[in-house]
Design a protein around this ligand. Structure first.
Ligand SMILES: [Zn+2]
Length: 246
Protein backbone atom coordinates (compact mmCIF):
# COMPACT_ATOMS: atom_id res chain seq x y z
CA UNK A 1 0.00 0.00 0.00
CA UNK A 2 1.44 3.34 -1.07
CA UNK A 3 1.44 6.10 1.53
CA UNK A 4 -0.76 8.66 -0.24
CA UNK A 5 -0.16 11.43 2.30
CA UNK A 6 3.55 11.05 1.69
CA UNK A 7 3.26 10.62 -2.08
CA UNK A 8 1.45 13.94 -2.56
CA UNK A 9 3.03 15.77 0.39
CA UNK A 10 5.04 18.32 -1.63
CA UNK A 11 1.99 19.29 -3.63
CA UNK A 12 -0.17 19.43 -0.50
CA UNK A 13 2.38 21.76 1.13
CA UNK A 14 1.28 24.42 -1.33
CA UNK A 15 -1.10 26.70 0.49
CA UNK A 16 -3.22 26.99 -2.69
CA UNK A 17 -3.73 23.21 -2.81
CA UNK A 18 -3.43 21.74 0.67
CA UNK A 19 -5.29 18.64 1.79
CA UNK A 20 -8.58 19.91 0.47
CA UNK A 21 -7.23 20.68 -3.00
CA UNK A 22 -5.54 17.27 -3.17
CA UNK A 23 -8.83 15.64 -2.22
CA UNK A 24 -10.57 17.55 -5.00
CA UNK A 25 -7.85 16.49 -7.46
CA UNK A 26 -8.37 12.90 -6.28
CA UNK A 27 -12.07 13.17 -7.11
CA UNK A 28 -11.52 14.54 -10.62
CA UNK A 29 -12.09 12.25 -13.59
CA UNK A 30 -10.09 13.17 -16.68
CA UNK A 31 -10.51 12.35 -20.34
CA UNK A 32 -7.39 12.91 -22.45
CA UNK A 33 -7.91 12.90 -26.21
CA UNK A 34 -4.73 11.80 -27.97
CA UNK A 35 -1.79 9.82 -26.59
CA UNK A 36 0.93 11.53 -28.60
CA UNK A 37 3.52 14.21 -27.88
CA UNK A 38 1.07 16.51 -26.07
CA UNK A 39 -1.45 13.99 -24.69
CA UNK A 40 1.18 11.67 -23.21
CA UNK A 41 2.83 14.33 -21.02
CA UNK A 42 -0.59 15.79 -20.12
CA UNK A 43 -1.76 12.36 -18.95
CA UNK A 44 1.53 11.83 -17.11
CA UNK A 45 1.16 15.13 -15.22
CA UNK A 46 -2.42 14.28 -14.25
CA UNK A 47 -1.78 10.69 -13.17
CA UNK A 48 1.40 11.56 -11.25
CA UNK A 49 -0.51 14.26 -9.35
CA UNK A 50 -3.19 11.77 -8.28
CA UNK A 51 -6.34 12.50 -10.28
CA UNK A 52 -9.33 10.24 -9.58
CA UNK A 53 -9.21 8.41 -12.89
CA UNK A 54 -8.00 8.94 -16.42
CA UNK A 55 -9.29 7.73 -19.77
CA UNK A 56 -7.02 8.16 -22.76
CA UNK A 57 -8.15 7.71 -26.34
CA UNK A 58 -6.09 7.18 -29.49
CA UNK A 59 -6.54 4.96 -32.55
CA UNK A 60 -2.97 5.32 -33.80
CA UNK A 61 -0.06 2.95 -33.22
CA UNK A 62 3.40 3.84 -31.90
CA UNK A 63 5.91 4.61 -34.66
CA UNK A 64 9.68 4.93 -34.27
CA UNK A 65 9.48 8.60 -35.38
CA UNK A 66 7.17 9.33 -32.41
CA UNK A 67 9.69 8.38 -29.72
CA UNK A 68 11.71 11.64 -29.37
CA UNK A 69 8.64 13.54 -28.13
CA UNK A 70 5.98 10.97 -27.25
CA UNK A 71 7.63 10.22 -23.94
CA UNK A 72 5.24 7.54 -22.69
CA UNK A 73 6.13 5.18 -25.54
CA UNK A 74 9.18 2.92 -25.76
CA UNK A 75 11.00 1.14 -28.62
CA UNK A 76 9.55 -2.21 -27.43
CA UNK A 77 6.03 -0.84 -27.90
CA UNK A 78 6.46 0.30 -31.54
CA UNK A 79 3.40 -1.05 -33.38
CA UNK A 80 1.24 -1.11 -30.22
CA UNK A 81 -1.84 1.10 -29.94
CA UNK A 82 -0.80 4.44 -28.40
CA UNK A 83 -3.59 4.55 -25.81
CA UNK A 84 -2.66 1.08 -24.60
CA UNK A 85 1.07 1.93 -24.55
CA UNK A 86 0.21 5.07 -22.54
CA UNK A 87 -1.90 3.03 -20.12
CA UNK A 88 1.06 0.71 -19.44
CA UNK A 89 3.38 3.67 -18.77
CA UNK A 90 0.86 5.57 -16.62
CA UNK A 91 -0.02 2.53 -14.52
CA UNK A 92 3.69 1.94 -13.89
CA UNK A 93 4.28 5.47 -12.54
CA UNK A 94 1.16 5.63 -10.35
CA UNK A 95 -0.71 2.33 -9.91
CA UNK A 96 -3.26 3.96 -7.60
CA UNK A 97 -4.92 5.89 -10.47
CA UNK A 98 -7.26 3.79 -12.64
CA UNK A 99 -6.35 4.34 -16.30
CA UNK A 100 -8.53 3.19 -19.16
CA UNK A 101 -7.25 2.99 -22.75
CA UNK A 102 -9.74 3.48 -25.57
CA UNK A 103 -8.30 2.27 -28.86
CA UNK A 104 -10.46 4.19 -31.27
CA UNK A 105 -10.89 7.41 -33.24
CA UNK A 106 -12.60 10.12 -31.23
CA UNK A 107 -15.89 11.05 -32.91
CA UNK A 108 -18.82 12.93 -31.38
CA UNK A 109 -20.72 9.78 -30.34
CA UNK A 110 -17.77 8.13 -28.59
CA UNK A 111 -16.65 11.38 -26.94
CA UNK A 112 -20.18 11.97 -25.65
CA UNK A 113 -20.19 8.50 -24.11
CA UNK A 114 -16.74 9.03 -22.54
CA UNK A 115 -17.62 12.54 -21.32
CA UNK A 116 -20.35 11.11 -19.10
CA UNK A 117 -17.57 9.62 -16.92
CA UNK A 118 -15.32 12.69 -17.03
CA UNK A 119 -15.27 16.04 -15.27
CA UNK A 120 -12.71 17.56 -17.61
CA UNK A 121 -11.69 16.90 -21.20
CA UNK A 122 -8.11 17.61 -22.16
CA UNK A 123 -7.93 17.69 -25.94
CA UNK A 124 -4.43 16.98 -27.19
CA UNK A 125 -5.39 15.78 -30.66
CA UNK A 126 -3.36 16.74 -33.72
CA UNK A 127 -6.23 17.50 -36.08
CA UNK A 128 -9.04 20.03 -36.24
CA UNK A 129 -11.75 17.45 -36.88
CA UNK A 130 -11.17 15.86 -33.47
CA UNK A 131 -10.53 19.25 -31.83
CA UNK A 132 -13.91 20.54 -32.98
CA UNK A 133 -15.61 17.28 -31.96
CA UNK A 134 -14.15 17.62 -28.45
CA UNK A 135 -15.33 21.25 -28.34
CA UNK A 136 -18.89 20.35 -29.44
CA UNK A 137 -19.14 17.50 -26.95
CA UNK A 138 -17.66 19.44 -24.03
CA UNK A 139 -20.08 22.29 -24.74
CA UNK A 140 -23.09 19.98 -25.07
CA UNK A 141 -22.17 17.98 -21.94
CA UNK A 142 -21.18 21.12 -19.98
CA UNK A 143 -17.71 19.85 -19.20
CA UNK A 144 -14.54 21.87 -18.77
CA UNK A 145 -12.33 21.69 -21.86
CA UNK A 146 -8.65 22.35 -22.33
CA UNK A 147 -7.18 22.28 -25.82
CA UNK A 148 -3.42 22.03 -26.14
CA UNK A 149 -1.32 21.93 -29.28
CA UNK A 150 2.22 22.47 -30.43
CA UNK A 151 3.83 22.97 -33.79
CA UNK A 152 7.43 23.86 -34.73
CA UNK A 153 8.68 25.77 -31.64
CA UNK A 154 5.31 27.09 -30.49
CA UNK A 155 2.56 25.96 -28.21
CA UNK A 156 -0.98 27.04 -27.63
CA UNK A 157 -3.29 26.19 -24.72
CA UNK A 158 -6.86 27.39 -24.24
CA UNK A 159 -9.51 26.56 -21.65
CA UNK A 160 -13.29 26.75 -21.42
CA UNK A 161 -15.64 26.08 -18.52
CA UNK A 162 -18.93 25.07 -20.12
CA UNK A 163 -20.72 24.79 -16.78
CA UNK A 164 -21.09 28.52 -17.48
CA UNK A 165 -23.60 28.74 -20.37
CA UNK A 166 -22.18 32.16 -21.36
CA UNK A 167 -18.71 30.71 -21.98
CA UNK A 168 -17.18 31.18 -25.42
CA UNK A 169 -16.13 27.98 -27.18
CA UNK A 170 -13.15 26.97 -29.30
CA UNK A 171 -15.16 27.43 -32.51
CA UNK A 172 -15.99 31.04 -31.54
CA UNK A 173 -12.31 31.89 -32.16
CA UNK A 174 -11.50 29.17 -34.70
CA UNK A 175 -14.52 28.30 -36.85
CA UNK A 176 -14.30 24.81 -38.27
CA UNK A 177 -14.41 25.69 -41.98
CA UNK A 178 -11.55 28.20 -41.68
CA UNK A 179 -8.98 25.74 -40.57
CA UNK A 180 -6.43 23.50 -42.12
CA UNK A 181 -4.38 21.06 -40.10
CA UNK A 182 -0.74 21.94 -39.49
CA UNK A 183 0.75 18.57 -38.69
CA UNK A 184 4.06 17.81 -37.05
CA UNK A 185 4.64 15.28 -39.86
CA UNK A 186 4.46 18.11 -42.39
CA UNK A 187 6.15 21.09 -40.70
CA UNK A 188 8.10 19.51 -37.84
CA UNK A 189 7.98 20.05 -34.11
CA UNK A 190 10.64 20.63 -31.45
CA UNK A 191 10.34 17.60 -29.16
CA UNK A 192 10.38 19.29 -25.72
CA UNK A 193 7.74 21.83 -26.77
CA UNK A 194 5.09 19.12 -27.13
CA UNK A 195 5.73 18.02 -23.54
CA UNK A 196 5.61 21.64 -22.38
CA UNK A 197 2.19 22.06 -24.00
CA UNK A 198 0.97 18.85 -22.35
CA UNK A 199 2.32 19.75 -18.92
CA UNK A 200 0.80 23.24 -19.08
CA UNK A 201 -2.54 21.60 -19.90
CA UNK A 202 -2.12 19.18 -16.97
CA UNK A 203 -1.21 22.06 -14.66
CA UNK A 204 -4.29 24.06 -15.63
CA UNK A 205 -6.51 20.99 -15.21
CA UNK A 206 -5.08 20.40 -11.72
CA UNK A 207 -5.48 24.05 -10.73
CA UNK A 208 -9.08 23.95 -11.93
CA UNK A 209 -9.67 20.66 -10.06
CA UNK A 210 -8.18 22.11 -6.86
CA UNK A 211 -10.45 25.15 -7.10
CA UNK A 212 -7.67 27.59 -8.01
CA UNK A 213 -7.79 30.35 -10.64
CA UNK A 214 -6.88 28.90 -14.02
CA UNK A 215 -6.71 29.75 -17.72
CA UNK A 216 -10.52 29.43 -18.06
CA UNK A 217 -11.77 31.71 -20.86
CA UNK A 218 -8.26 32.46 -22.08
CA UNK A 219 -5.68 31.33 -24.61
CA UNK A 220 -1.98 31.17 -23.89
CA UNK A 221 0.54 31.19 -26.74
CA UNK A 222 4.28 30.74 -26.30
CA UNK A 223 6.97 30.80 -28.98
CA UNK A 224 9.95 29.05 -27.42
CA UNK A 225 12.27 30.20 -30.23
CA UNK A 226 11.91 33.89 -29.35
CA UNK A 227 10.24 33.48 -25.91
CA UNK A 228 7.51 35.79 -27.02
CA UNK A 229 4.29 34.92 -25.27
CA UNK A 230 0.80 36.25 -25.16
CA UNK A 231 -2.35 35.51 -23.25
CA UNK A 232 -5.70 36.67 -24.47
CA UNK A 233 -9.22 36.55 -23.18
CA UNK A 234 -11.45 34.61 -25.55
CA UNK A 235 -14.69 36.19 -26.65
CA UNK A 236 -17.96 34.64 -27.68
CA UNK A 237 -18.85 34.97 -31.37
CA UNK A 238 -22.59 35.73 -31.65
CA UNK A 239 -22.51 33.96 -35.03
CA UNK A 240 -20.87 30.75 -33.70
CA UNK A 241 -22.84 27.73 -34.93
CA UNK A 242 -21.76 25.55 -31.97
CA UNK A 243 -22.81 28.08 -29.31
CA UNK A 244 -26.07 28.76 -31.20
CA UNK A 245 -27.22 25.24 -30.29
CA UNK A 246 -26.98 25.91 -26.54
ZN1 LIG B 1 -18.83 29.10 -29.85
Amino acid sequence: MIDMQNRYSRQMLLREIGEKGQERIGNTRCLVVGAGGVGGPAALGLVEAGVGSLTIIDADTVDISNLPRQILHTPERVGMNKAESARIALTAVNPSVPVRAVQSWADDALLTELASDADIIVDCSDNFRTRHAANRVARACRRTLITAASVRFSLQVSMFDFSNPASPCYACSFPEDDQQDVKAAAVGVFSPVTALAGMIAAGEALKWAAGMPSLVGQMLMIDTLTWESSRMRLARDPGCSVCAQH
